[in-house]
Design a protein around this ligand. Structure first.
Ligand SMILES: Cc1cc2nc3c(=O)[nH]c(=O)nc-3n(C[C@H](O)[C@H](O)[C@H](O)COP(=O)(O)OP(=O)(O)OC[C@H]3O[C@@H](n4cnc5c(N)ncnc54)[C@H](O)[C@@H]3O)c2cc1C
Length: 418
């Protein structure tokens, strides 16, 4: 393969591009936006006068593709998190606080200790988790609802966070690969990690710099509007600058979101239903570090799901936020700050400066129907492969899934699919 056009500079496209350049291929990245990062990016917000992320992103130390990718682009030091696999929680309804603190190694000894497991749960509750192995297409609620605190304080928040889908719709088996690669391996693979300064500083900036230093070309504001094919090969792509030939030995990685892919190729099966994530960023000098031992706090019994603290910004994530996304920003800010101030023991008034970001198509909805629409990376067009969190990675729509899809797509092209 002499040259590969990577369409889309989200994390899937960047991951594919890095791997292809490493293999000695000429790479041109076409990105419609003025920046890389896609759905995981940062920007300077004038209201808060801070660099904020479009949404808080939580990773785990078992996300091996992400860690490998960051190591390749010399950015391993741009994630941060507590030294152990400890997750702090606050239950707004009962005011209970507890930490889940995993032990080392694959034997989950932590479930034996009352003060290391979810407050109000028993060891037997975790054994019932084995139902996941035979879950079929059942939803998380169908498997676990009615089991008391283990459902309310673990399964439901875990499913909503990982799958961005309400627990009564979220297909439980998609949690399995995440559990297998992280929690089931113990503390070393389950440490929570977040971007130290911001998502772009961690992902898009170092990988774009690396790519350019290694001879790749990244064209921003370069939307690909058409792919022409002949005899099952892409022969040209159309951008705002006209048609660009794709030579007989050249390849294309299409790493755009599903709705863009559906516009570019006729016969692609792709998820069609998406769920919103709302992020509420407050500027709070000296924010709640006295209560937050770790940069994140899980919320139960609240509209807020996770509170993240970085420098002077407290950010709250609400996943599968269908109701919230429809509400007026003033109402959202009041509701969420009311919860944050209780959780972090801070004054409820005045309301700090706030910026609300509603990502309406944050990820596809993890229902059996939508999962069945995830395509493989190989297409019927010989020199075209797909990448993106929505392709059939076996993982939920996450950064790990996006980066891994880029690996698979580039390896597939390199092996020569013709
Ligand atoms: C608010 C929010 C919170 C999230 N939280 C987490 C989390 O905590 N943990 C986690 O792991 N994941 C999280 N995710 C999911 C994660 O962000 C995505 O899985 C990942 O970023 C998807 O990357 P991607 O490259 O597949 O797609 P995208 O990021 O969508 O990248 C696609 C790129 O293609 C470009 N493009 C589109 N059409 C064209 C075209 N025609 N020509 C050229 N370029 C084009 C787009 O501009 C974009 O840059 C979250 C997502 C959101 C929105």
């Amino acid at each position: 393969m002499s040259k590969v056009h990577v369409i889309g500079a989200g994390l899937a496209g960047l991951s594919a591009a890095v791997r292809l350049v490493q293999a000695g291929v000429d790479v041109v990245v076409h990105e419609q936006a003025a920046h890389a990062g896609g759905r995981a990016r940062s920007f300077h917000d004038a209201v808060l006068d801070e660099v904020i992320d479009n949404g808080n992103h939580l990773l785990l130390s078992g996300n091996r593709s992400v860690l490998n990718f960051l190591s390749l682009v010399n950015a391993s030091d741009r994630l941060t998190g507590p030294s152990g696999a400890r997750f702090d929680f606050f239950d707004l309804e009962t005011s209970d606080r507890w930490s889940v603190d995993l032990t080392r190694g694959p034997v989950p000894l932590w479930v034996l200790y009352k003060d290391r497991r979810v407050r109000g749960t028993t060891m037997g509750d975790y054994v019932k988790g084995l139902k996941l192995l035979t879950a079929g297409d059942r939803s998380v609620a169908n498997l676990f609802a009615g089991q008391g605190q283990i459902y309310r304080r673990f399964w439901e928040p875990f499913a909503v966070a990982v799958l961005n889908t309400p627990a009564d719709q979220a297909v439980a088996r998609l949690l399995m690969p995440v559990i297998r690669e992280t929690l089931a391996k113990g503390a070393a693979s389950s440490r929570p990690l977040i971007a130290k300064k911001g998502l772009s500083d961690t992902f898009a900036d170092p990988s774009s710099t690396w790519l350019e230093r290694h001879g790749a070309e990244i064209r921003f504001n370069d939307r690909v509007s058409m792919l022409r094919s002949n005899n099952h090969r892409i022969i040209s792509l159309t951008t705002g600058n006209g048609d660009e030939p794709v030579g007989p030995g050249d390849g294309v990685v299409l790493a755009v979101p599903p709705w863009s892919a559906a516009e570019l190729i006729d016969d692609t099966q792709a998820p069609q239903k998406f769920a919103p994530i709302v992020n509420i960023h407050f500027r709070v000098p000296d924010c709640g570090k006295q209560v937050m031992r770790s940069p994140l706090l899980g919320m139960v019994g609240a509209v807020s799901h996770w509170i993240f603290v970085r420098d002077d910004v407290v950010s709250v994530t609400v996943s599968a936020a269908y109701d919230l996304a429809r509400q007026a920003n003033e109402h959202i800010a009041d509701t969420i700050w009311g919860e944050v101030s209780q959780a972090l023991d801070m004054p409820g008034h005045p309301l700090p400066k706030v910026r609300i970001i509603k990502e309406r198509r944050a990820t596809f909805v993890a229902t059996p129907e939508q999962l069945s629409r995830r395509p493989a990376c190989v297409t019927s067009t010989k020199n075209l492969v797909l990448a993106g969190d929505w392709t059939d990675t076996g993982l939920p729509a996450t950064i790990e899934g996006a980066v891994r899809s880029g690996e698979v797509a580039s390896d597939t092209l390199l092996k020569g699919i013709s």
